[in-house]
Every structure is written in C-alpha cells, then in structure tokens.
Design a protein around this ligand. Structure first.
Ligand SMILES: [Zn+2]
Length: 450
C-alpha cells in the first residue's frame, strides 16, 4: 500500500491486567466430544423443539465419573449411557449424569438424551421461518467450548411445504405420512459447536454455479420479504468472486456448497456451510453497493472462524478482527483503494468512540477470558486495524504469504494469538514481539492518517 500512515496514540486504561511476555493460556477440557447425532422436531406454534441427541466422547483424563450439560430452556426426559438407562439430576439449569463407573481414557462412550426445549436464546422463531444462532447449547444438549470441534449428523422433521438447511451434506429426505419430511445432513469434517445450526421455512431458492461448489440463496417469498428473484440475484452476484478471493488468500478451497439463508430483520451469523443474513441488509444493498459486507463477512468465516478457530474468547479477534480485515481487503479488490481506506476509517471511528466512552481493552489476552468479557469493538475493529498495520509493516508480499502459512497451518484446528505471531515471524523473518505487545496485548489505540 502506497499511502502514508501515521500512528497517533491515545493512552487508555486497561480493564484487565495482562502478564507481560507470558505465553497464551489455553484451557483443555477433560473430555473430547467427538460426534453428535441429533433428531430435532421444531414446533412453530409453541416455539419449541423435541429432540434426541447422542453424543460420542472420549475422556482425556482418568476417572471421569460424571457428565454435566446445561439444561437451560430444556426438559430432560431420559438419559442413556452406552445403551443403558441412567438416572440423572437437574439443578440450577445443570443436567448432571452420574456414570456407573469411573471412565478410563482412550475408550469411546456415548450418552443419549431425549428432551424438549423452548429456547428464547440460541434460536429464533417467526410464523413462517425459524433458525438457530450461535448458542448451540440453548437448543441442543451439548458441551460449550468455542474451539472444540465435532462431527454432526442432524435430522430435522419438518412440514413438506417448508425447506430446511443444516450443516454438511444433505444425505436423505424421507416423507413421513402425508405432511412431514425428515431431512438429514452429515457433517463429516469436525466443526465448532457454535456453528451447529439449522433453518426451516417457506423459502424460495436461487443458485449460483461456481467452478468448484454450488452457492444457494434461500429467501422468503416476495410478498413477505419484499425481495424478488432478480433482486436476490443482483445482491449476491459477487459471491463466486469472493469465494475465489478468500480461497486464494487462505490457500485452501471450500469442499462443500454454501447457502445464504436470508431471514427477517438484521441477522448476520455464520454457521458451517451456510449463514443467516438479514433481509434488512439485502435491502440496504439495493441503494448502496458498498453495503455488501455481510455477504463477504459470513463467507470469510468458512476459513477464519469455522475452520481456523480462536482457541478461546481471549483470541476472538482471530475470528472477527481478521474477517473484518479480509472483507476490507476484498472491497479493495472489488472497488479499489478508496473502499479499503473508507472501511478503515469506519473502524477507527468505532475504536475512538469506544475510547471516549471508556470501553477499552486489549485486542487479545494472555489469560483466558469469558464470552461476556469480550470487548467487541476491540476484537472486531481494532483487530482489523492491527492486521491493516501488519500489512503495511510487512508489505503485501510477505503479509499475504504469512497469512497463507497461518491459514494452512491451522486449517481445521484452533489457534492462539501466539500461533498467528509465530506464522508471521517464520515467513517474514521479522521479530514481531514489540508490535504484538504494543498493539495486540497493549493498551494503545492507533489512529491511521488515511
Ligand atoms: Zn463475524
């Protein structure tokens, strides 16, 4: 990039202490949850679901003697462990299952639970469509770890007049009686639990054929959404170009197709293999072509977030700051230099507003933080600015080589800030300790003179 950048600095207070120069801390679960098989029947009228879930797991430590899962929003009907019915207790939204004997490591076991749920989080119900969103353990009995990935086999029982979308490949669609269908998907590459999702609704469909995979858009009828087939086609016309752009930067391709489910309101949430995007954003795109961020953002998560996943919330900027930056880089590719600068100006304004309102924190933490402790402005906007500065510091060639090395090294895995730093140092042969201490773990806020 050829324009002058000046780093002006504000000194701000840290809300959380960090230990200088220590390593990132990653906490490991005692149990590896390997595979989920679920059968879900949603009920539009009652805003509820009936579910059966079987979880296959391997203990990572000796003598595991109980399992516990969140039972929030759920009524547990029965629990089976390795095929045998077990008693269980539910207290303070926690399902606790005492195992018949202490488990040894290496051996694989399964726990199967029958339940119903009326989730007011993690799932949204409308009269003509419904979908799950981010907090999987609100609708599915499941463990809750940002980076631990598992495979998923999901069957959804839904009305024959509706369409349904799940993760992975649709393997069967069977009629049950005259009015119901059971659609089943298999996701054979492990994905993060928060991207386990499905959507059901009265959707119309449009498709785009790319050289590699099929891209589809599901959207509500024009009379409900105000979106015609032509409008959808026009809004999503750049998706194949986006796909090529992100594939070239990550160094690996999408293996399965991808679906955008256009839903009521202002949703923008990635699942694996599909995303939920709000009708409001598609309408905004009609009047301003620059408003295509949500299409690029959710697609970019297929690489950064869904495949390469931040190991915990301390490194959430590796999911979000990087994706905001990648969308800006895509806009530069599509619209030219000015578009990239404009996006960075927006990021700076957001960070400066946060400083004024005393909402400040580092971009990443060396200790483990909870989801509620994420500072979204720092993870998204300052995170994107850090990647922008890193690109300026290293130059285009080294920056994109480093990003590709990082992406290929952690494909299908979880990553920490130190992993990213090491990839960039390995390729560039530049010690980035000072840069990361100052801009990522440190309190300074950059102002780029664009
Ligand atoms: Zn995102």
């Amino acid at each position: 990039m050829g324009f002058f950048t000046k780093y002006a600095i504000y000194f701000v207070c840290l809300s959380c202490a960090t230990t200088a120069l220590s390593k990132d801390i990653v906490d490991k679960s005692n149990i590896d949850f390997v595979h989920y098989q679920a059968e879900i029947t949603p009920n539009f009228i009652n805003k509820s679901i009936d579910g059966v879930v079987e979880i296959t797991f391997t203990p990572q430590v000796q003598n595991v003697n109980y399992l516990s899962f969140s039972s929030e929003f759920k009524r547990i009907k029965s629990v089976y462990f390795d095929g045998k019915k077990l008693s269980f207790s539910v207290e303070n939204d926690l399902l606790r299952v005492k195992l018949p004997a202490s488990l040894k490591t290496i051996k694989t076991h399964s726990v199967k639970m029958d339940y119903s749920a009326s989730p007011t989080q993690g799932m949204k119900f409308y009269d003509d469509h419904l979908f799950t969103v981010f907090h999987t353990n609100k609708w599915l009995i499941s463990h809750n770890d940002l980076s631990d990935k598992a495979t998923f086999d999901l069957s959804i029982k839904h009305d024959v007049t509706t369409s349904a979308v799940g993760n992975g490949t649709l393997v069967s669609r069977k009629k049950v009686g005259n009015t119901l269908l059971v659609s089943r998907w298999q996701q054979n590459t492990p994905i993060p639990l928060y991207t386990f999702d499905f959507a059901v609704g009265n959707f119309e469909k449009q498709s785009i054929d790319t050289d590699s995979v099929n891209i589809s858009m599901l959207y509500r009828q024009e009379v409900r959404s105000g979106l015609s087939a032509e409008l959808i086609e026009k809004a999503f016309k750049d998706v194949s170009d986006m796909l090529l752009f992100f594939e070239s930067k990550a160094g690996f391709t999408l293996k399965q197709g991808y679906t955008y489910v256009v839903v009521d309101g202002s949703m923008a949430q990635e699942a694996s293999g599909f995303s939920l995007v709000g009708e409001m954003f598609v309408h905004a795109l009609q009047t301003d072509k620059n408003e295509n961020w949500f299409i690029a953002h959710e697609l970019a998560h297929e690489w950064w977030g869904n495949s390469i996943t931040s190991s915990n919330f301390s490194h959430f900027w590796l999911n979000e700051g990087l994706v905001v930056f990648m969308v800006d880089a895509y806009k530069q590719h599509l619209f030219g230099e000015e578009a990239d600068k404009n996006e960075m100006k927006v990021a700076i304004e957001r960070v400066q507003r946060a400083v004024k309102e005393n909402r400040v924190a580092p971009v990443a933490f060396k200790m483990v933080i909870r989801e509620s402790e994420i500072n979204h402005t720092m993870a998204y906007s300052k995170g994107a600015l850090v990647f922008y500065m890193l690109r300026e510091k290293l130059g285009d060639k080294l920056f994109w080589q480093s990003l590709k090395q990082y992406s290929l090294s952690y494909q299908g895995q979880s990553a920490t800030t130190q992993n990213l730093k090491s990839s960039f140092e390995e390729v560039s042969q530049i010690d980035l300790t000072e840069f990361f201490e100052r801009w990522v773990y440190g309190p300074e806020i950059p102002t780029l003179d664009l």
